[in-house]
Write a protein that binds this ligand. Structure first.
Ligand code: SAM
Ligand code: SF4
Length: 425
């Protein structure tokens, strides 16, 4: 979501015709840090980056520094107290005010803070989404009402609000007209999307009808809202990839209840089984939190059992990080750090083994990939992605960029695959 927001901030500034992007902080007039506060470590990185920017501002006081995103929403003016080089603090829902805030700083030299959650949607105030390649994100909803006991998102991104269907379809059509072939629909609870009579399943069907959009992904779903209707969309909409990211967090019902997740491990398994009846090959990735307060060895074993039962492909897994203002922050964090680290290592090693096995199983198979550009390591080669999100490098002509082609997988490396091109489609 932050990547999407950062992209839209760039679109906003470029549309004024007064800015262009630079990736060198020392040559910038306006430095913007978009931040994440989901874990403490991400938050601390903000202040270390600002520490690196401070000397630039000392040298050239005309530089304007802005901090946006969830740390900004959470800390507000405290950001400026702790880092006085900052001129602007804006939240995830006020990024469309950034140009006005910049101009006010230029005119008055006064700091500007706006971390409110205005009812009017930022999307109505953003310019055309400029495509950057053949895949693109589209945020379809903002905020979250779930208040999982460990999570800061409902406090920093505000209450859940879904974008109008027409506004999303317009954005998707604008992107398709610029050559985008794959769309990732984004939301904190993307499968809780609802606008008037439309849910995510209906929205996906409409996006799939847009000429040029031939691949659709969505993230992050919440298991509680993963409906039969959405499962059936996987049967009816071939544009939906054979991959689902469904964060489970834990395999222990006791911990899931303490996290306020609203499902059991069995509910989760039942939903995946129903989906696998329709798409036997679907790969499932997930999020895990290790070392939630009170997690016993038995709770952890239940998580490992679920990992075996489901055969997760990849994961985003982290040690629990207490977040200010959340319910879990008040629980006694009673697990020693070395135990948390050990559990995380075991969990990640197991999922990594699964991923390796899945990659090995792809050897010799034909995979449909979307060719996204040149290979990062070898610019003589092209690179594309399979439905289950693996990078495939192969020999091919640059005219294939932006096309779906069939490749035969010839080699499975730890972080990518190699293949040979069959026929283009
Ligand atoms: N809304 C999605 C869901 O409920 O599955 C996930 C959004 S959350 C911003 C992304 C991931 O960060 C979560 O799935 C969780 O694993 C992780 N996370 C959130 N709060 C955390 C915390 N306090 N400590 C560690 N990980 C956390
Ligand atoms: Fe955070 Fe996701 Fe829970 Fe919302 S549903 S509170 S974003 S973990």
């Amino acid at each position: 979501m932050n990547e999407y927001d950062s992209k839209r901030i760039a679109d906003l500034l470029i549309a004024t015709q007064e800015f262009e992007l630079t990736d060198k902080p020392e040559s910038a007039d306006f430095l913007i840090l978009n931040t994440c506060s989901v874990r403490d470590k991400a938050q601390e990185k903000v202040f270390s980056e600002l520490g690196r920017w401070r000397p630039l501002k000392n040298e050239n006081p005309k530089i304007v520094i802005a901090v946006g995103g969830c740390v900004a929403a959470q800390e507000g003016e405290n950001i400026i107290k702790r880092a006085p080089c900052v001129d602007i603090v804006f939240g995830p829902q006020t990024l469309h005010h950034l140009v006005d805030m910049y101009e006010t700083v230029q005119k008055t030299a006064l700091t500007q803070i706006d971390v409110s959650f205005p009812q009017i949607e930022k999307f109505d105030h953003l310019p055309k989404h400029q495509a950057d390649g053949v895949t693109s994100y589209i945020t379809i909803m903002e905020g979250c009402n779930n208040f999982c006991t460990y999570c800061i998102v409902p406090f920093t991104r505000g209450r859940e609000i879904s974008r109008p269907v027409e506004s999303i379809l317009d954005e998707a059509k604008t992107l398709a007209a610029q050559g985008v072939r794959e769309i990732m629909l984004l939301g904190q609870n993307v499968n809780h999307y609802h606008f008037e009579s439309h849910d995510l399943a209906q929205l996906i069907r409409l996006v799939a009808k847009i000429p040029g959009i031939d691949r659709i992904r969505f993230t992050s779903s919440h298991p509680k809202y993963f409906s039969q209707n959405l499962t059936e969309t996987f049967r009816d909409v071939p544009e939906l990839v054979n991959h689902l990211h469904l964060p489970v967090q834990s395999g222990s019902d006791r911990i899931l209840a303490k996290m306020h997740r609203g499902y059991t491990a069995l509910d989760f398994k039942n939903k995946i089984n129903a989906l696998r009846k329709i798409r036997p090959q679907i790969s499932i990735s997930s999020d895990f939190i290790v070392g939630f307060p009170g997690e016993t060895e038995k709770d952890f074993e239940a998580t490992m059992q679920l990992i075996e039962d489901i055969g997760f492909d990849t994961s985003y897994s982290f040690i629990y990080s207490p977040r200010p203002g959340t319910k879990a922050e008040k629980l006694t964090d009673d697990i020693p750090l070395n135990i948390k680290k050990k559990r995380l290592k075991i969990l990640q090693a197991t999922i990594y083994q699964h991923a390796e096995k899945i990659s090995q199983g792809m050897l010799g198979t034909t995979q449909k990939i979307l060719v996204t550009g040149f290979s990062k390591k070898n610019s003589d080669q092209l690179s594309g992605r399979t439905e289950n999100n693996r990078v495939v490098n192969f020999q091919g002509d640059a005219t294939l960029i932006g096309q779906f082609i069939d490749v035969t997988i010839t080699e499975a490396l730890p972080n990518s695959l190699r293949g040979t091109k069959k026929n283009s489609m």
